[in-house]
Design a protein. Structure first.
Lengths: 254, 96
């Protein structure tokens, strides 16, 4: 059982050694976090490699070099026959990239399932992710936004759980962005779609699925950037130690 | 991490044994039902096997996706195609 919020504050001020305090992050959260990190980086690199083989995006069912694109990325392609306006063809690394993209996707999906199922049962979702009863108001929401905009340092209570904006963004990533990126990814697979055609028709077609997949990935990259920036603002070493060992040493935070 | 208890040790042991046995049974079943792809080895073998097996299981009763005739695209070239060779062009011109 987690200790009440006051216990951490007392522990850091008195002579009680840090190791007796309940960890900030449980072992499951830490292990799934780093597996996800590794898989996400692999997916990002290989995804970029896959996208440059055809940096044009379409809407609907069909899309090829002869159809009008929805938009084009202003980059050269790794395929000589894709018209990009550049007289330069990037090296093609699609072979291993596609293998690694699917392999990391599998590991990420299985890790994500383990995480979601376990946080449902452990109470982590209820206690640390869903906003507290007191915080379920526009007032609390706007206060949290103002505090973030003023770069206010986290309070001791927040050091033991997640703050409101943090909770909302984590919930959005876990229950909206990741399901959407998995769905749109699967909707690009002819085999998957032949078994469940509605998964692609609901999105408006295979090319629409690809375009949405791109934008959801972009949203996840923005989350990653903000996440890393917030770690630096909150204290890189203390947060890093908390996510690796589970224990945040408050005395060393400057 | 010195607070090892007997209960923890037994639980971990039983869970590990069950996991290994489960994996073994799963591997045997996958072999029997032809769910293991030829390229199951190597560093990408895990992903390939999961792709192959899940697609075989999902598509046992499904056919290729169908499209209405209105969805046939006007430009005939569906994929990127290498520029036709001179021999191909001669043949193409001759047939016309």
């Amino acid at each position: 059982m987690r200790q009440p919020l006051g216990a951490g504050v007392l522990g850091s001020a008195s002579s009680v050694p840090v190791t007796t305090i309940t960890p900030r992050h449980s072992a499951l959260v830490r292990v799934t976090h780093w597996i996800t990190t590794l898989c996400f980086i692999a997916l990002l690199v290989t995804g970029a490699e896959i996208v440059i083989s055809h940096p044009r995006f379409y809407w609907g069912e069909t899309g090829n070099v002869l159809t009008t694109p929805l938009f084009k990325l202003p980059i050269p392609s790794s395929r000589a026959l894709v018209p990009t306006g550049y007289g330069y063809v990037l090296p093609d690394q699609n072979g291993w990239s596609r293998y690694l993209h699917f392999q990391s996707a599998w590991v990420l999906v299985l890790t994500g399932l383990l995480y979601v199922i376990s946080i449902l049962f452990s109470g982590h979702l209820r206690k640390n992710l869903l906003p507290d009863k007191a915080d379920r108001s526009w007032r609390a929401f706007s206060t949290s936004i103002v505090n973030h905009l003023r770069f206010k340092r986290p309070t001791e209570a927040e050091a033991w759980s997640y703050n409101l904006l943090q909770r909302l963004s984590y919930l959005f990533v876990i229950f909206v962005l990741f399901p959407l990126v998995i769905w749109t990814g699967l909707a690009m697979s002819p085999a998957f779609v032949s078994a469940l055609p509605a998964t692609v028709t609901l999105l408006g077609g295979q090319q629409s699925a690809r375009t949405i997949h791109f934008f959801v990935s972009l949203a996840l990259v923005i989350f990653l950037l903000v996440h890393v920036i917030m770690i630096f603002l909150a204290g890189f070493w203390s947060r890093m130690r908390a996510m690796i060992t589970g224990h945040a040493d408050h005395k060393e935070r400057t | 991490m010195s607070n090892f208890s007997r209960r923890k040790l037994i639980t971990t042991g039983v869970a590990a044994a069950a996991g290994v046995t489960g994996l073994g049974v799963a591997a045997r079943l996958a072999q029997t039902y032809g769910l293991v792809p030829p390229d199951h080895g190597g560093i990408y073998g895990l992903g390939e096997t999961l792709n192959y097996a899940s697609q075989r299981l999902l598509t046992t009763h499904s056919l290729a996706r169908e499209f209405s005739s209105s969805q046939i695209s006007k430009p005939p070239l569906a994929n990127e195609m290498a520029p036709p060779s001179d021999a191909f062009k001669r043949l193409q011109a001759g047939i016309r």
